[in-house]
Ligand binder design. Structure first.
Ligand code: RP5
Length: 154
């Protein structure tokens, strides 16, 4: 079971790293790549069109600016696509709007600006629907998170 984590530039890596780390924490194999939708469209098409046969179940795509990466990917595959708007010259608002406002028919799930960790957790939730041991891990993660917040003394 693999999740693809793709980003438009090496400059997105610091934002996207928590997605990879979170997935690996759950024992999920990650296929991570830098491929730009506008600088390398043919390579992107090849990567997406072979995604399913390479074992990918979900794709997380991070990009900034006029961030069409996730939408283009979603148009090329029926696998679920989760978008991470990366902060930009317009504070990520441009990235957010270009990812979240997908026209009808090709959905992209969009998390918060720089929300790579949540993108990974959403991917885990999707995979946990058909994987009992991952479901247990997810419930354990959530329980510990709840305990931690309730144990916070101020
Ligand atoms: C987008 O443009 C990338 O996803 C990145 O967020 C932004 C800037 O890219 P670089 O100019 O740093 O390569 O394509």
């Amino acid at each position: 079971m693999k999740v693809g984590v793709i980003m438009g530039s090496g400059s997105d890596w610091d934002v996207m790293r928590p997605a990879v780390e979170t997935l690996e924490q759950f024992g999920i194999e990650v296929d991570k790549r830098v491929i730009s939708a506008h600088r390398a469209p043919h390579a992107l098409m090849e990567w997406v069109e072979s995604a399913e046969e390479r074992g990918l179940k979900v794709i997380i795509a991070g990009a900034g600016g006029a961030a069409h990466l996730a939408g283009v990917i979603a148009g090329l595959t029926h696998l679920p696509v989760i978008a991470v708007p990366v902060h930009s010259k317009l504070n990520g608002i441009d990235s957010l709007l270009s990812m979240v406002q997908m026209p009808s028919g090709i959905p992209v799930a969009c998390v918060a600006i720089d929300g790579a960790k949540n993108a990974a957790l959403l991917a885990v939730q999707m995979l946990a629907l058909s994987d009992a041991s991952l479901r247990e891990q997810l419930i354990d993660f959530r329980t510990k998170q709840t305990e931690k917040v309730l144990a916070t003394v101020i």
